[in-house]
Design a protein around this ligand. Structure first.
Ligand code: EPU
Length: 438
């Protein structure tokens, strides 16, 4: 039923003078890892500021099938890992979500075995798991692949040295968790430095883990030799990708948009790029608030050779919203995707709505602005544009809000994976939209 849902958006056209406040939710990409990390604790743990997104619900389902007892109230999830009886990750559910593979680290650390399928997730590139498997082997596990399942047994993790050939957020988090209860010391080199990793590690350390270096390229884990962690409360950091998405949108449609409950420290790259393009932004680090205005929109300048990058660089997860921004400035912008091989598919949808974007390669686009977007009903009656993944979905919503006329967007369940209450938050700003179920 949920999968049938669509968004109908009445575009603003030239009337871009919204005003309002948006409150940022907890980071789904932090909360999902903490849910997996709960397996390392000796008793129920409370996870706070967990966003109500579809991905969180899928991991709840997967963990419940493992036997974990999970309760949810408002933005708090309480997970009791001591009731886990099964270490085989559900094949069908894992096919829907990449983060399912992150459960394998804590399951191996605690139970010494797990079976899981190659994970699914957004269609943005091939997204292999070789770095996870190599890491497990380095820690002493045997990995057997059969019937499209991976069967891993550890024979007791003993610590070791792991060098990531490629910087990987999920790989870093998962191998850190895998090493947390091991015998001896594990050193991980060329780690990702995302704030979500720091958020996870600080919590594990409060529970008794001995991990240093999170937020730098080298992380050292001194294993607890099998001792489970003492239950302590976790709180997810604000979602920097949700905040960045609204920041970019606000720069185009709002006389004044106040973004509250965010962490400006985590948004330096996007604030810098937008400011350089002429966007008026006021950052209040102490109040955890950013105010953005489109006052100077007529004078926005093109984006010069933007390259997505691991943190603290410009995040790949904001590449699609930034491409929409580039369609609204005067002149030629260039955007290069360095993390994924296949993350520009949505460009053809923007082009269908009127954008002038040329693909130089699968990773490289040139955007010629400004574009006057046409709503799908203006292009042809009954036309529907699909959300292709979480972030491309937000980008298409942006184009529909900027457009003249009404647009219909399908696959809303993909946007729901990462944006809590998208429709409610946009309505609160004055965007006219409704969710329809057929
Ligand atoms: N990679 C490998 N082998 C591996 C693991 C990764 O080649 O074993 C490659 C990936 O294919 C990709 C690159 O390394 O090309 C980086 O992937 P990474 O492992 O860092 O990504 P992830 O941990 O799977 C998280 C976020 C993504 C975000 C990326 C990059 C979560 C649940 N997901 O994914 O978020 O794009 O980091 O910042 O944390 C989203 O929220 O929309 C989303 C896709």
């Amino acid at each position: 039923m949920e999968r049938q849902e669509k968004l109908k958006i009445n575009g603003l056209g030239a009337e871009r003078n919204l005003k309002g406040t948006v409150y940022i939710s907890g980071a789904k990409n932090a909360a999902l890892k903490a849910m997996a990390g709960a397996v390392l604790f000796d008793g129920p743990v409370e996870l706070h500021n967990v966003p109500d997104t579809a991905d969180v619900r899928t991991i709840v389902e997967i963990m419940t099938k493992l036997g974990a007892r999970i309760e949810s109230k408002d933005d708090v999830l309480t997970i009791d890992p001591n009731t886990i009886t099964n270490t085989d990750i559900d094949r069908k559910l894992a096919g829907n979500i990449r983060a399912s593979v992150m459960l394998t680290g804590p399951l191996l650390a605690r139970y010494g075995k797990t079976t899981f399928p190659a994970p699914g997730g957004c269609v943005i590139g091939c997204r292999p798991i070789d770095l996870f498997l190599n890491g497990y082997r380095k820690l002493g596990a045997s990995v057997v692949e059969h019937d499209e399942l991976f069967d891993i047994k550890d024979g007791n993790f003993h610590g070791g040295e792991i060098f990531f050939d490629k910087v990987t957020v999920g790989g870093t988090e998962t191998l850190v968790m895998a090493a947390t209860l091991a015998e001896g010391r594990t050193i991980l080199y060329n780690c990702a430095m995302e704030p979500e990793i720091v958020n996870l590690v600080e919590w594990l350390n409060r529970g008794g883990a001995k991990i240093s270096g999170a937020g730098t390229p080298t992380i050292t884990v001194d294993g607890t030799a099998g001792k489970l962690l003492k239950p302590v409360k976790y709180e997810a950091i604000p979602d920097r990708i949700e905040a960045g998405s609204y920041l970019i949108l606000g720069a185009l449609i709002a006389k004044e948009l106040e973004i509250k409950d965010c962490e400006p420290e985590h948004l330096r790259a996007v604030v810098s790029i937008l400011s350089d393009a002429g966007v008026k932004i006021n950052v209040d680090d102490k109040a955890k608030t950013i105010v953005v205005s489109n006052d100077n929109a007529k004078n926005y300048t093109p984006l010069n050779d933007i390259r997505t990058h691991e943190y603290p660089g410009f995040p790949t997860d904001l590449q699609a919203p930034l491409t929409v921004f580039a369609t609204q400035v005067n002149g030629k912008s260039a955007i290069f995707e360095t993390i994924y091989e296949n993350r520009f598919k949505y460009v053809e949808d923007l082009v269908a709505m009127g954008a002038n974007i040329r693909a130089i390669s699968e990773r490289d686009v040139e955007v010629n602005g400004p574009t006057t977007f046409k709503g799908t009903s203006e292009i042809s009656p009954g036309m529907i544009i699909p959300a292709r993944d979480i972030r491309a979905g937000f980008a298409i919503v942006m184009a529909a809000i900027l457009a003249h006329g009404e647009s219909t967007i399908s696959n809303v369940h993909l946007i729901d994976r990462g944006y809590e209450d998208l429709a409610g938050k946009l309505k609160g700003l004055g965007v006219e939209l409704e969710r329809i179920s057929n």
